[in-house]
Design a protein around this ligand. Structure first.
Ligand code: PMT
Length: 221
């Protein structure tokens, strides 16, 4: 029997990639399938939480009983998350948000040879960093959980993001390994919390990783 240890908690999870359109045909995106975020939403729901899933485009069916807020771009995800901060106890940001978007979104398909083939980009909002900043001065703020997708110096980079984004917990993915991370069913993460505790998890299903993350969250609340 699954424990109902998140009963009554309001949890917001972000999942999937964002799509940053260049024209009606082309876009900037990444390899996130949404599996990790959807597994977190399903696990939190099974443990009794009220779950809102803010998801970028993908093909996974949302878990039963979860409120799905579909978004496309980083700006849309930013808006959807910020609108819900006050109604949330725990935010888990598993989405792979595009850091940049094309400077112009052309209304018509760009013709071959019409440009010099270079692409101008502008920065997207860093949603988690902004929440971490707001948390510094707020009297009451949701617990903030982030992910880090790293291909080198995993622990150092994870620690840097935990501190600089003012997080309570971070799950660091080694995205160099083929059996874990983007688009596959398993993940291998190291969990670092605000008190300096480190838990290195073995290769596990994303469902099991989700439960381990939720166990750590409960210890911090
Ligand atoms: O979706 P899957 O195929 O299952 O793959 C899972 C995953 C590998 C995508 C997931 O486990 C993961 O690592 N997600 C975070 C990927 C990422 O964008 O990492 P980052 O190190 O670039 O970002 C750090 C944190 O800041 C993340 O929590 C991210 O959601 C957040 N962020 C990043 C950029 C941005 N503009 N806004 C953000 O909020």
């Amino acid at each position: 029997l699954t424990p109902q240890d998140l009963q009554g908690r309001n949890i917001l999870v972000t999942a999937g990639p964002t799509w940053e359109p260049l024209d009606p045909v082309r876009l900037l995106t990444n390899r996130s399938s949404g599996k990790m975020g959807y597994a977190l939403a399903a696990a939190a729901r099974r443990r009794g939480a009220n779950v809102t899933l803010v998801s970028g485009p993908g093909s996974i069916r949302p878990p039963a009983g979860v409120e799905l807020i579909p978004v496309v771009t980083a700006n849309e995800m930013h808006q959807a998350v910020c609108q819900r901060v006050d109604a949330t106890d725990i935010m888990i940001m598993a989405a792979a948000v595009s850091d940049y978007r094309p400077a112009r979104h052309e209304p018509h398909k760009i013709k071959k040879g019409a440009t010099d083939a270079s692409l101008a980009l502008v920065s997207n909002p860093d949603i988690l960093r902004e929440l971490g900043e707001r948390k510094k001065t707020a009297t009451c703020f949701p617990l903030l959980v982030g992910f880090a997708a790293e291909s080198e110096n995993h622990l150092e980079e994870g620690q840097r993001k935990l501190t600089s984004k003012n997080l309570d917990l971070i799950a660091i993915n080694d995205i160099g390994a083929e059996d874990a991370g983007f688009a596959v069913d398993n993940n291998r993460v190291t969990l670092l919390d605000r008190n300096g505790a480190v838990e290195e998890l073995p290769l596990l299903s994303k469902e099991e990783v989700a439960h381990r993350i939720l166990n750590n969250i409960l210890r911090l609340t």
